[in-house]
Ligand binder design. Structure first.
Ligand code: GAR
Length: 210
């Protein structure tokens, strides 16, 4: 099977979606080898333990530099022998060395319709801009922050009464569907990063994702 290592910093509802998908045979070709958090109090670590998954915490505050932190993270990930590294609410910017080491086997989910709203506060920014729709994007990670080739996007309408919290909730529930799906494609060998483009079944994925 394709071994996943999932990195997170918080609640881990996306991790839960992977755990549930494994249990329900919706991820037949994968296993979650480990969950690593940069925060000791991340609820995602509790979810992992309850599911019997190995966990590790590497606290970024214990390191003098971003480079040192990423080096420790990289060593820990490689101890678990990961085939695919899944960023699931992992709120640290990764160094070029780290990204290059895992290029083509490192994916992220971002709560906006990229290329719109890289970075933070995506839902508030979409509301403030008067956008009619919001969403989430799964993409390969490259050295450009939230700028790697999109794999799959989910869109939802923004309603008049929405605030950042109601929007985040509805986007999250879509995230829980598209993220395990992208991982399953990868595990099946159908999804690749080729010549800086995301490719599914030998066809380039469009800029807006699938
Ligand atoms: C998700 O909405 C994810 O898209 C976002 O953090 C949330 C984590 O939720 N990721 C980022 O903002 C990455 N910059 P979760 O911990 O419940 O999965």
């Amino acid at each position: 099977p394709c071994k996943l290592v999932i990195l997170l910093s918080g609640s881990g509802s996306n991790l839960q979606a992977f755990i549930d998908a494994c249990k329900n045979q919706n991820l037949p070709d994968t296993e979650i080898s480990a969950v690593i958090s940069n925060k000791a109090d991340a609820f995602g670590l509790i979810r992992a333990k309850e599911a019997g998954i190995a966990t590790a915490c590497i606290d970024h505050k214990q390191f003098a530099s971003r480079e040192d932190f990423d080096e420790a993270l990289l060593q820990k990930i490689d101890e678990f022998g990961a085939n695919l590294i899944v960023l699931a609410g992992f709120m640290r910017i990764l160094t070029p060395r780290f990204v290059r080491h895992y290029l083509g086997r490192l994916i992220n989910i971002h709560p906006s319709l990229l290329p719109k709203y890289p970075g933070l506060h995506t839902h508030q920014r979409a509301i403030d801009a008067g956008d009619k729709e919001a969403g989430a994007t799964v993409h390969f990670v490259t050295e450009e922050l939230d700028g790697g080739p999109p794999i799959i996007q989910a869109k939802i309408p923004i309603f008049d009464g929405d605030d950042a919290a109601t929007l985040a909730d509805r986007v999250l529930s879509k995230e829980h569907t598209i993220y395990p799906l992208a991982a399953q494609w990868f595990a099946e060998g159908r999804l690749k990063l080729q010549n800086s483009k995301a490719v599914l079944d030998d066809k380039n994925i469009p800029e807006s994702g699938i």
